[in-house]
Design a protein. Structure first.
Length: 187
């Protein structure tokens, strides 16, 4: 199999390491092969691919869609990002918990986040190109989120953010706080 799948400390999250074939010409790897993902029980169907470019210090998120939740397979095509997934599945034992992964274009690792999670990332390198496959289409009217530094989530940003250097969009600055009593996703 051209991948190593490692389930993270939150059920449903996987860090995926493809086998990279390299020589003096460069490298090659399969970034997604449906039959290999199916073999480990990842049965999602992707319908949309997205890509973003960001400079150092950009923090995007924590985003989710409530009525049209998206599973995402994410990776850094260029650079390094710290990727964060927050469990918003109300019936989950890890509701409100998060997991972080360093995605590195030199390592070519990926992170699978199923539907039911808020998602965001912080750019560690000078620039980063970030790509993600989604299991549902983007619906701007359904977009929601949680402010990245909400104290209830207890994300240790001091280990992630370089020198308090955070660049947020106007939209992300206005995101609401996490609410333990709110029904985010009932699955």
């Amino acid at each position: 199999m051209p991948y190593t799948f490692t389930e993270c400390n939150i059920k449903g999250l996987y860090e995926i390491q493809p086998k990279v074939f390299g020589d003096n010409r460069g490298y090659f790897f399969e970034s997604y092969t449906e039959k290999d993902f199916l073999a480990v029980g990842l049965t999602m169907k992707f319908v949309q691919d997205n890509q973003s470019f960001s400079k150092k210090g950009v923090l995007r998120g924590l985003h989710f869609q409530k009525n049209f939740p998206q599973g995402k397979l994410v990776r850094a095509i260029q650079g390094q990002v710290i990727d964060i997934a927050v469990d918003l599945r109300n019936n989950s034992e890890t509701f409100g918990k998060y997991h972080a992964v360093l995605l590195d274009s030199e390592k070519q690792n990926q992170f699978y986040i199923p539907k039911g999670f808020a998602h965001g990332f912080y750019v560690k390198s000078e620039t980063a190109v970030f790509a993600y496959k989604c299991t549902d289409y983007y619906h701007p009217e359904d977009e929601s989120g949680i402010i990245y530094n909400d104290p209830t989530l207890n994300i240790d940003w001091s280990k992630i953010i370089d020198n308090d250097n955070v660049l947020l969009s106007e939209k992300d600055v206005k995101l609401p706080h996490f609410d333990l009593n709110k029904l985010y996703f009932n699955f």
